[in-house]
Design a protein around this ligand. Structure first.
Ligand SMILES: Nc1ncnc2c1ncn2[C@@H]1O[C@H](COP(=O)(O)OP(=O)(O)O)[C@@H](O)[C@H]1O
Ligand SMILES: [Mg+2]
Length: 594
């Protein structure tokens, strides 16, 4: 809590040091205004009721009082504006730090963890809120401290017992508000998952990719109901937390009024009996109102700040998230053999094992086919090769060196992958390919040759603005709307992106051709054979005929390699591969699809 508060408080001074300091100084000055004004008013009244009043002195006091009060108000506005400027700088700093951390996470363990996403949402919200509310609270606290200091002096002069009475009221209010803040923050934490669901439904209702199914299956009203239900539940919980806080604060306000009333009666009686002057009474009334106003201002801000500080802890957690895997320092060898030694892997400590002792050697330059039913773990194996995760047991070596010892970025620079769930970016056609090798993003010749190799060159050339056409259904490119590609065309764009990686020693195609017809798939494999000759290739495919020419075919079953060999050897062995191959070949011969 204290760590979060100091971190949130320090942020403005880090984001905009000079401005934050000036704002703080002006705030202190603004705090002194009302006290000075009240003192001067008290003196004025005493002057006027003294019997020997001097019009000149009275005028000076009146003008001074007005100036002090008015100046403080003007300063407050100025502080408010400067505070806004500081807040903008802080928001920028905070957002940048948060997303820099996320962009730099080397593995997928956090990104694929729902709890991490919940924390991220809290962190984002807190990062927006906390520095502003905390520094506003700090400003308010400083201003009020100066103000309270002055008023307390006045109260001590007029009727000292009022000070402890007001102190007790203030302390109770502070404690009550802090309790409310804790409840509010706990509510946010408890409901963040539900709120994320709401955002999910909301995004789904406007998602172009989901639009077909939503309409065909008539999901619109179901999703809408769920979205509204989540919203109702979340805002109900928030309101309930706020309601209890409001009740407590109203009770305390009432107590404050009673205490103020008692003090006023005591001092008024004093004036009646000549122990105090009317000026004392005016000063006393001003001081009580000032103290109570100051305290309630601070308490209000304290609540906001307390809630924000607690949630700000999530921001600190996310920003301080340790890497989910060691980065390593070694540089991967060229033309290296890749070996999996007894690799065991599961996604979570209590989840089922996906890979159970996989042993596989991929010789440099070889084309290896990977076969297995859905869920066999083929894509998982690809993820391990890219080192998005480390295996729990066993190891993967590249040229004899454990992947864990290699520099993770250098390793990935040697790998080109078309993932099973490849991305279709809302960027231009050229960018969609060029980002495969960011340093060559603007090298149109390289982009075009990658497109030619992936046999998507004609399609892209024929687009309204050629390679500069925006490939998107949701973003307009200036005046023109984007263009939508078909699934198979997107797959070829993804392949071209992968082929941009000139340094890639290992090319992985994870069922990249599922959107292509048999002829298209055959062509892709042909291209790859020519284009990627000499590089190591790992091909995952459902269509066994496409893997026929591979140097080695392995089947993955039950988390282990069940069969391995060349096509002919596996056919001769008469195992699962041979059975599946005959089944598929039969399907094609009959003219049936599968
Ligand atoms: N991110 C993940 N978290 C938890 N389980 C996963 C994750 N990704 C895949 N799995 C599980 O791992 C198993 C293997 O999945 P996958 O490697 O995608 O299979 P394949 O590519 O062979 O179809 C499946 O049971 C799947 O549910
Ligand atoms: Mg897969």
């Amino acid at each position: 809590m204290i760590r979060s508060a100091t971190a949130a408080l320090a942020l403005p001074f880090r984001a905009a040091p000079a401005l934050a300091a000036v704002t703080l100084a002006l705030t202190v000055l603004a705090g002194a205004g009302p006290t000075a004004s009240a003192w001067l008013t008290g003196l004025l009244v005493n002057e006027l009721t003294s019997g020997t009043a001097s019009a000149e002195r009275a005028a000076v006091l009146a003008v001074g009082s007005a100036l002090a009060g008015g100046g403080a108000v003007a300063l407050l506005y100025l502080c408010g504006h400067l505070g806004d400027v500081v807040q903008h700088r802080v928001a920028l700093t905070v957002e940048s730090r948060l997303f820099r951390r996320i962009a730099a996470l080397p593995g997928l363990r956090h990104v694929e963890d729902p709890a991490f996403h919940d924390r991220l949402r809290l962190a984002e919200e807190a990062a927006q809120d906390a520095p502003g509310t905390v520094s506003q609270f700090a400003q308010e606290a400083v201003r009020s401290a100066v103000l309270l200091f002055g008023f307390t002096g006045a109260l001590l002069l007029v009727w000292p017992p009022m000070v402890p009475l007001l102190l007790v009221c203030a302390a109770t209010a502070v404690l009550a508000r802090l309790a409310t803040a804790r409840r509010e923050a706990a509510t946010e934490e408890a409901w963040v998952a539900a709120d994320r669901r709401r955002l999910f439904y909301r995004a789904l209702l406007t998602d172009v990719r989901a639009a077909k199914e939503i309409r065909l299956f008539g999901l619109g009203s179901l999703l809408h109901t769920r979205m509204v239900d989540s919203l109702t539940a979340v805002s109900g919980a928030r309101l309930a937390a706020a309601r209890r806080g409001t009740l407590a604060q109203s009770g305390l306000a009432l107590l404050g009024a009673v205490v103020g009333g008692i003090g006023t009666v005591v001092v008024a009686v004093g004036v009646g009996s000549g122990r105090a002057t009317v000026g004392d009474l005016v000063l006393f009334l001003g001081a009580v109102a000032g103290v109570q106003g100051g305290v309630s201002g601070v308490v209000l801000q304290l609540g906001e700040a307390g809630r924000a500080v607690r949630l700000f802890g999530h921001y600190l957690d996310v920003v301080g998230t340790p890497d989910d895997l060691e980065r390593g320092t070694g540089i991967p060898l060229r033309e290296a053999e890749i070996r999996l030694h007894d690799v065991w892997f599961r996604y979570s400590d209590d989840g089922p094992w996906v890979l159970r002792g996989v042993d596989l050697t991929i010789p440099p330059g070889a084309a290896v086919g990977l076969v297995g039913v859905n869920g066999a773990g083929k894509s998982t194996l690809v993820k391990l090769l890219c080192r998005f995760y480390d295996p729990q047991r066993g190891s993967i070596t590249w040229g004899g060196v454990d992947l864990r010892e290699l520099d993770v970025a250098a390793l990935r620079a040697r790998i080109g992958v078309v993932f099973q769930e490849f991305m279709a970016y809302d960027l231009t056609a050229a960018e969609n390919i060029g980002i495969g090798q960011v340093r060559d993003l603007d090298d149109r010749q390289r982009v075009t040759s990658a497109a030619i190799a992936a046999r998507v060159d004609d399609v892209l050339d024929a687009l309204p603005r050629g390679y500069d056409t925006m490939l998107s259904r949701t973003h307009a490119d200036g005046e023109r709307t984007g263009v939508a590609l078909s699934g198979g065309q997107w797959q070829r764009v993804a392949l071209a992106r992968c082929l941009m990686r000139a340094d890639a020693e290992l090319l992985v195609l994870d069922e990249p051709t599922s959107g292509l017809d048999a002829v298209g798939e055959h062509r892709v494999h042909e291209t790859l054979r020519r284009h990627a000759a000499g590089r190591t290739r790992l091909l995952v495919s459902h269509r066994l005929s496409a893997l026929r020419g591979a140097d080695l075919i392995v089947t993955l079953s039950g988390g282990r390699i069940a069969e391995r060999g060349r096509h002919d050897e596996l056919m001769d062995a008469g195992g699962e591969y041979a059975r599946l191959f005959r089944l598929q070949a039969g399907g094609y011969q009959d003219g049936r699809v599968r």
